[in-house]
Structures are given as C-alpha cells and as structure tokens.
Design a protein around this ligand. Sequence first.
Ligand SMILES: [Fe+2]
Ligand SMILES: [Fe+2]
Length: 242
Amino acid sequence: MTSVTEVAPDLFRLCTWIPEADLQFCQFLVRDDEPLLYHTGMKGLFPLVRDAVAQVLDPKTVRWIGFSHFEDDECGSLREWQELAPQATPVCSFVGKVVSVDGYAALRPARAMEDGEVLLTGKHRFRLLRTPHLPHCWEASLLFEETQRTLFCSDLVHQGGEHEAVTSADVTGRVAKTLREYEAGPFASYVPWTAKTRPMLERLVALEPRTLAIMHGSTVTGDGARTLRDVTSVMEEILGPR
Ligand SMILES: [Fe+2]
Ligand SMILES: [Fe+2]
C-alpha cells in the first residue's frame, strides 16, 4: 500500500514501504497549475504511485517530473508517466538530459535546467541546484521550492527502516545508523565524499529549508539548516577520509 500525506500545503508525500529492502520509497507531488511529481519511484511501483497521485489530482494532468539522478527509484517509470500524461516533461540537469534521460527513458525530451535556474509552475518556484556526485552520480541535482522553502533532498538524509510520514525530531541517529550499515555491505560508497562535498552541503544549509522532502524515511520539518548541518557532520565522520 502507498500512503498519501499532505506534509505542507499542496505538498503530498506518497510513500511505499518495501520490507525486503528495509526502505521506504517516497515520491512528492506538488499541487499547482502545473503539477510536479518529484521522483517517479521504480518502474514496478508505477501502478501504486499513479493511484496515489489520483487521490490528489488527475494523474493525466501531471506536467513536470523532477528527479535528482538517473536511477530506477528516481525516474524508473518516466516512460509510463509520459504515456499516461500527455504534457508530462522531465526536468533535470543538462548532464542528466544529454547523457541519459533523453536517450534511454524519455518519450519526449527533458527540460534541462542550469544551476540556479527557476521553474515556475503557478504558485510555486522551483530552483535547480547542480550537485554533481551528491548524493551520487554526475548528473545529480536537487530542487528547492522557494515559496515554502522545501528542499527536495533525493537520497540525502536517508533513514533506513519504516518511519512516521513527517517529524520535527532529530533524525541524525537514523542517518548515521543507515550510513554505517551501508558502508559495511554491498551498498558501500553510497555517497562519495570529496573536497567538493562539504561546500555543496553548506550551500544547502544556507537555503534554510523548512521542509526536507526525503526519498527514504520521514519528511523532516522545522529547522532544516540544523538537520543538514548535523547530517553533514555525520557524513564526513563516516564517509570522509580517515
Ligand atoms: Fe540514488
Ligand atoms: Fe533513492
């Protein structure tokens, strides 16, 4: 089952718990003149995500499909969404568009955005932030919705396990536990730590987000800068050079 929670006005978290992976997979739907879905979820999740979207608005009206990087849980059902919704257009970094998305996944070409460029969907303003290799992959980017100060975090602040839809509690312990477990197994090197990683994270801190829309785990509300600062410290400790 996929749960649907309005975590902020017109921001809906669609969440599917997959016990075999010990992970929640969340997509975010922003209701606006031009609805935007951030992450499609894996190809196999398409019927569930489509039906969850239908609880909020007509899935055929989805206009924009945003995602961070080219992976199944980020954009695996892009084609299915474009078959269903005639106007649906992927929105991603330039590298994402030319290296993977237009060639492999999209029925119609993506809108590539430069770092700092803004997409208007009606009431909302989505600014694209290029974040190469953060959380991972060359083409990685994130979106920051400026009117509500929502940062679409993709795999950042990843919390393994099953958690509440939304929290304002400190989730740093969950993030640290997950990173340590990943480092000890086949998912090691989940997030590469380079000389560019901390400055990119500090740029996100400076946005002072009010809502962190996280793919795996609870959505975090409140002092997003503090959460991101604490998570940066944890990441550096676990993933950084030693
Ligand atoms: Fe990822
Ligand atoms: Fe992910």
